[in-house]
Design a protein around this ligand. Sequence first.
Ligand code: NAP
Ligand code: HSE
Length: 428
Amino acid sequence: MKPVKVGLLGLGTVGTGVVRIVEGHQEELQRQVGTPIVIERILVNNKEKRRNITIDPEKLTENVEDILNDASIDIIIEVMGGIEPVKDYIMEALAKGKHVVTANKDLMALHGTEVLEQAAKHGCDVLYEASVAGGIPIIRTLTEGFSADRITKIMGIVNGTTNYILTKMSQEGAVYDDVLKEAQALGYAEADPTSDVEGLDAARKMTILGRLGFGVNVELADVAVKGISKVTKEDIAYGKKLGYEMKLLGIAECEEDGIDLSVQPVMVKTSHPLASVNGVYNAVYVYGQAVGETMFYGPGAGELPTATSIVADLVSVVKDLRLGVNGKYMVAPYKEKKLRSDAEAASKYFILLDVADKAGVLARITQSFAKHEVSLESVLQHPNPLNLNAEIIIITHSANRAGMKNVLADFAELDVVNKIRSVYRVEG
Ligand code: NAP
Ligand code: HSE
């Protein structure tokens, strides 16, 4: 049978993994799709670069048109990264009737709707399993596994770098700056770690998951983002004392009153399955009205795990080719987007305050909570023997965001509150 020819855009970490899997698992792949799959051409920046894989030099090109204009190539795998020039290449490939598999969360979070519309217009598949949580098949899970259910909550540890940093801070009592430097030395964190540590990478992934999970046209701007760069070892230590682990969670909720999306450091009860996801691992917790609680765990990045998801998408495209049903994946968002207001969005909170240690302080603090209808679950006080101050750690019951904002505004004015040290959402 005629082989299916693939054009690969990029031969870095993930591209190398794609070549290894397509070549190394050829027998298994052929058994599933009934035809050989061949990587025909590979676009790179620099053909002369030394690579840790042996490639026929004739396959390498620095000119994308060699791939886009090759009529024998049916499928493009994009593993270059970034938005430009990738978006132009993908739009052109789709216009030429080539199917696309991509690992590009930036492109799919920011321009996913446009790319999918172009695909539908030209009867092409665009699959992007590897764009979220690398080796975990979470996109298939949401779109196929849970197609019969109504998903109301998705919580993800979808960034390995930050999970590695928080795990080290928790297990070794280390400070953020030291662990970040170590993560950079080990190659887990990038030289410029901003996108990871400030939650932007996770926000892009949650945009994609929210869109697919809820059938709503979620945009990146709908995700409230806070990273981990201000998390202290004291926050983590107090959390542990009260039975919580700190995790950077992407949280997407969808109820009758609307949707709410965020990425933020969260105190997760140790009994919750997400609390024990450590190191660079990722996990996505999904709550469906019918299925209840589920969780999916695995490597969120890396050459072979990520390439596994890409080649699985490739298999899907080739199966569609065989059946003649390409271009039918586009499920346009069908629900109206309504974001929850501060009065509608509710959660539990952890608050750490520096206060004066004298009579009546706790009464004035609790007065504020009562005034704004925020109910308290527990209060813990630590006197500081070196001065007349104390640290108070409060866990609230579920309270709406508007109420919490009012409480914190009161504290900013209260003379007995020296400092609002930290405020975190609580889950589990
Ligand atoms: P990478 O190692 O930096 O590789 C990028 C590749 O693209 C290189 O081969 C580079 O060529 C080529 N390239 C970049 N810009 C180019 C241009 N303008 N023209 C031609 N070639 C160009 O990146 P990666 O880590 O494999 O990541 C690729 C994609 O996968 C990204 O979208 C990333 O977010 C996503 N992803 C990565 C992981 C992971 O574990 N790394 C996990 C999930 C998703 P040269 O080799 O000649 O420099
Ligand atoms: N920078 C990402 C992470 C890589 O740390 O998880 C995978 O997208």
